[in-house]
Design a protein around this ligand. Sequence first.
Ligand SMILES: Cc1cc2nc3c(=O)[nH]c(=O)nc-3n(C[C@H](O)[C@H](O)[C@H](O)COP(=O)(O)OP(=O)(O)OC[C@H]3O[C@@H](n4cnc5c(N)ncnc54)[C@H](O)[C@@H]3O)c2cc1C
Length: 415
Amino acid sequence: MSEVTVIGGGIIGVCSALALQREGIATTLIERGSIGGEATFGNCALMALSEIVPLAKPGVMKKLPGWILNPEGPLAIRPGHLPAALPWLLRFLRNARPHRVAQICRGLGALTAHAQEDFDEVIEAARIENIWAENEVLYLYDKKEQYLADQFSWQLRANEGYHVTELEGSALANLEPDVDSDGKFGLIAHGWRSFTDPQRLTYELAQHFTELGGEILSAEVNRIESTLSKPRRLHFADGSQRDVDKLVIAAGCWAGRLLKDIGIRIPLAPLHGYHTDIADSGVSLSRPVLYASGGFVNTPVESGLRIAGTVEIAPLDAKPNFRRAEVLVEKARRKLFPGLKHTHGSQWIGARPFMPDTLPVIGPAPDVEDTWLAVGHGQLGVTMGPTTGKLVSAMIAGRSPAVDIAPYRADRSYV
Ligand SMILES: Cc1cc2nc3c(=O)[nH]c(=O)nc-3n(C[C@H](O)[C@H](O)[C@H](O)COP(=O)(O)OP(=O)(O)OC[C@H]3O[C@@H](n4cnc5c(N)ncnc54)[C@H](O)[C@@H]3O)c2cc1C
């Protein structure tokens, strides 16, 4: 029996398994589908260092009616889902108060501050090639006034040490010739990187884990059996079972069901997003373009130009509304890329595991022995993957983690 079993083979589970292995702890990783095949598959592919300002911030209340009424807007609530989502939504809104937003930024910033170094470590160790693309992003606003109106967020990023370079006119036009920058206002955020393919990244990290002797089990955990507040055995969908010693739950949006088995309830919600990958787009970008006025991201990835984003609050098993992905592409062509050759491409939906306070849950399961949680990384799961792995493995190895985990505890007040 491995000493530690990690449930979930997304970026968080894979990085946790790798970090445990580096501690010399025999580890098994369990994934029911393909490694990195869920939220980790199709995200915006950014190591988004300074994206630490939550969606819920002052002014969000005024926008709520629009979200409910416009299914094609940047943030929508699936019709009929409002009553079920309401308790989570109320907490989310309570976190929009300025002092809470500042605390959340500090909590996320404490994790993203380690991202570069922790990524370099795992990528070098696994010898993954051609995975990094650019080392900065361009934020684009339609008008400088919109940027000025968003000073609350930019000041919070600056407080955490993230600074930007302002660009307009010919300096902006020369930077990305395929972008219609006429009248627009740009900002370069430094130190970010983008991945050529976040799923390949995760898959190759998992491969490295197996090369070093780690076990990957392809199975779906149906139930966790415990005695005397300690998980003892996993029951799988195919009827088989396996005894466990220590457990890490990193099952993304699906963690809730497993956590109930061990008596833990956390307010985890799936916030769906979409992408379209357009091969041979006719648009060449030297860096990802984050269209701040439209709330979506354009990243050059291995499979072409990825146009991704939007937030849809809907049940985990909701049928995709790919109209949301089409709207992004239409907007991208209208507002950013007049030379976009095609509007069709491969479409994807994925669900961000989201806590109402936007902070992940990293730490021991309250009142349950030998169990740790690594879930709820929201909009920043890829960015925070290796750092989360190191925190989890340090705790299991009995060392103090490099970051104070108090803000991420499962038994915190989610407000
Ligand atoms: C549109 C969009 C854009 C995004 N852009 C970015 C970005 O640019 N940068 C960034 O840092 N983050 C981004 N994110 C967020 C990021 O993708 C997620 O936070 C991250 O992928 C979450 O990783 P995870 O490992 O927790 O979850 P997942 O990747 O969903 O992995 C969970 C895994 O657990 C497995 N699993 C679940 N239940 C079981 C079970 N019972 N038994 C066995 N296996 C199980 C699932 O099959 C799955 O593979 C974006 C998300 C979206 C949707």
